[in-house]
Design a protein around this ligand. Sequence first.
Ligand code: HEC
Ligand code: HEC
Ligand code: HEC
Ligand code: HEC
Ligand code: HEC
Ligand code: HEC
Ligand code: HEC
Ligand code: HEC
Ligand code: HEC
Ligand code: HEC
Length: 347
Amino acid sequence: MRYTKLIITTLFIVAITGALLSLRSTAASGKRVTQSRRDGAQAPDHGKYIGSENCAECHSAESSFYQLTAHNKLGHDLPKDRQSCEACHGGARDHVAYYKEVDQLLKGGKETEATALMNDEARLTAAKMTSISELSPTESSQICLRCHEGTQGRSDERFNYRRSEHFRNGVACVDCHSSHSPKRLEFLLKEKEPEGCYKCHADQKSSFQKPFHHKVPEGGMKCSDCHNHHGGFMPRNLRNTVTGDMQCVKCHADKQGPFVYEHAPIKVEGCQACHTPHGSTNPKLLTRNTVKMLCLECHSNAPGATVEGAGIGPTTPSFHDINSPRIANCTTCHFEIHGSNKDRFFR
Ligand code: HEC
Ligand code: HEC
Ligand code: HEC
Ligand code: HEC
Ligand code: HEC
Ligand code: HEC
Ligand code: HEC
Ligand code: HEC
Ligand code: HEC
Ligand code: HEC
């Protein structure tokens, strides 16, 4: 009996290990496949990289501006395909050779030959550099992601771009960033926040124009205080937990607790159980226009209650005549509404 058990157990373990191993190897090869696809299906042809010293002769504007940007750190210590201009635009051997040849013919007065060369489709195609603005969002972002994935610069900034709603909806790095003509040199932004975001998020613009709002339009805070538009693990491109707790308590630490007496929804559903994050016509960014309506959403199945259905909290005690003005303003008595260390009923 014992032996049969032992044999069965051993067989079971062997089977499981086998299955796990085969899973692991598929995962590993899958990773390898995506890895090579990420770096561009064709491995870079190093012979095409000639260095970017020549570019300034013909592209003086891009070249001199480039020196001011953070990308001027792409220096000679890196592999050839990651240095300077060629890091983004690809190998320039044929490009430089072609345009120098055209230049020389023109300077030597050989106009016909120059025109012939300029009409040589094959040479022209071979001489074409990668033009990032002509690529699809995925292709162009892929170029940036060769270097910008994982943790960058400031350590709190995680790049999980492929997970972001932006990547998945065809928004490219270069929709927000410009290498050569940004409005703001720092972070190479095409447009600073929040204007850059409003271009595509008009609804949020109008939320922030409501009478009660976080001071984003006034410059007191940024969209990126709460969102990681570069992608993380949260829905809505949020910076931390699903409910938004973490970004909220970064600034509203007093609402976090722990309290001896917690108000359950804060821990369960988060701040959004009662507040809208952007802006609202209701004071204190509440989801309802009066405090009473908000509370009764969860604390009522009493007759006369204006909100339908029983809530998830205990019903209000019988001495609460919720239609009387004395009771209607719930937080005059339950003022520690986010939690209390003194009183179970948040008074
Ligand atoms: C001898 C002059 C010359 C040199 C040197 C030169 N380019 Fe160009 N480049 C041109 C011309 C001319 C064009 C075409 C412009 C047009 O069609 O509007 C061009 C176009 C480009 C384009 C747009 C895509 C294309 O191919 O049409 C990129 C990107 C570019 N160059 C990058 C570079 C980089 C990076 C270097 C240095 C490694 C470089 N160029 C060196 C003359 C030059
Ligand atoms: C970090 C990536 C990056 C690097 C490095 C870079 N560029 Fe660009 N380049 C771009 C992007 C993106 C554009 C599209 C316009 C923009 O965003 O400003 C562009 C546009 C251009 C253009 C206009 C033609 C076109 O393709 O739209 C030229 C010419 C050019 N770059 C030359 C250069 C030269 C010369 C250097 C080096 C001094 C350089 N670039 C370095 C990303 C880069
Ligand atoms: C070959 C590697 C490489 C590629 C490709 C690359 N970058 Fe960078 N990028 C860097 C490095 C290195 C820095 C400087 C980081 C630092 O300062 O610590 C940087 C910095 C930046 C910054 C921050 C600028 C600042 O002021 O702090 C932005 C924004 C940026 N890159 C955007 C892009 C975009 C958009 C693309 C694609 C068009 C791109 N990068 C392609 C290597 C790269
Ligand atoms: C929706 C707009 C948007 C998109 C898309 C976007 N960025 Fe950014 N990026 C920003 C903004 C805004 C900042 C500045 C954040 C701040 O002020 O803290 C920034 C900052 C950065 C920085 C500097 C980060 C640091 O903490 O030093 C880098 C690097 C960068 N972006 C690269 C990229 C790359 C690479 C892509 C594409 C894979 C990309 N961005 C896509 C808007 C965007
Ligand atoms: C105080 C933190 C905070 C700030 C600041 C903030 N957001 Fe949000 N945002 C949130 C939270 C939390 C959600 C999730 C709402 C939900 O799921 O109910 C959200 C949701 C969104 C959504 C999804 C649609 C929606 O409205 O629910 C978009 C788009 C968005 N934010 C864009 C922006 C833009 C653009 C800015 C700056 C102009 C911005 N946010 C500023 C916290 C913030
Ligand atoms: C080029 C257009 C564009 C720009 C610029 C842009 N976004 Fe977006 N954003 C989108 C698209 C498209 C989506 C996905 C569809 C949607 O939910 O609206 C999206 C989704 C989002 C979401 C997630 C919404 C959800 O429902 O899950 C947030 C949050 C967000 N963007 C914030 C920002 C912030 C912050 C900025 C500025 C730094 C910004 N966006 C700039 C186009 C843009
Ligand atoms: C970057 C800091 C910061 C973050 C993150 C933040 N807030 Fe605020 N919040 C403030 C500041 C500052 C004020 C007060 C000034 C004002 O009116 O904007 C405020 C005010 C409020 C108010 C009171 C508004 C009023 O009318 O009195 C509420 C409610 C609020 N925040 C909820 C939230 C919620 C919910 C979140 C998360 C989704 C959040 N906050 C995230 C900084 C922040
Ligand atoms: C159960 C509903 C509820 C939840 C959940 C909730 N709040 Fe509140 N909050 C309120 C009410 C009601 C008020 C208004 C109190 C008043 O008017 O006296 C308020 C007011 C505020 C204020 C402004 C007044 C003050 O005390 O500073 C801030 C800031 C605030 N809440 C932040 C938060 C944050 C951050 C969270 C998440 C950690 C959160 N709230 C979760 C109900 C809630
Ligand atoms: C999203 C639902 C929700 C909202 C909105 C809400 N509550 Fe609660 N409340 C609860 C839940 C759940 C409990 C915990 C019940 C338990 O522990 O059994 C609770 C507990 C309480 C308690 C303590 C009851 C006890 O027996 O310990 C009081 C008092 C209270 N809430 C008052 C309020 C007031 C006042 C408001 C309006 C500002 C409000 N609540 C808004 C869900 C909510
Ligand atoms: C005049 C002060 C006052 C006002 C205003 C008030 N309450 Fe209360 N509430 C109390 C007291 C006192 C208790 C505790 C009763 C006890 O000790 O059993 C209580 C208890 C509660 C409880 C807990 C019931 C239980 O059985 O656990 C809930 C829920 C509640 N109130 C909700 C509300 C709501 C919703 C409003 C607004 C419509 C409100 N209260 C307005 C004084 C008030």
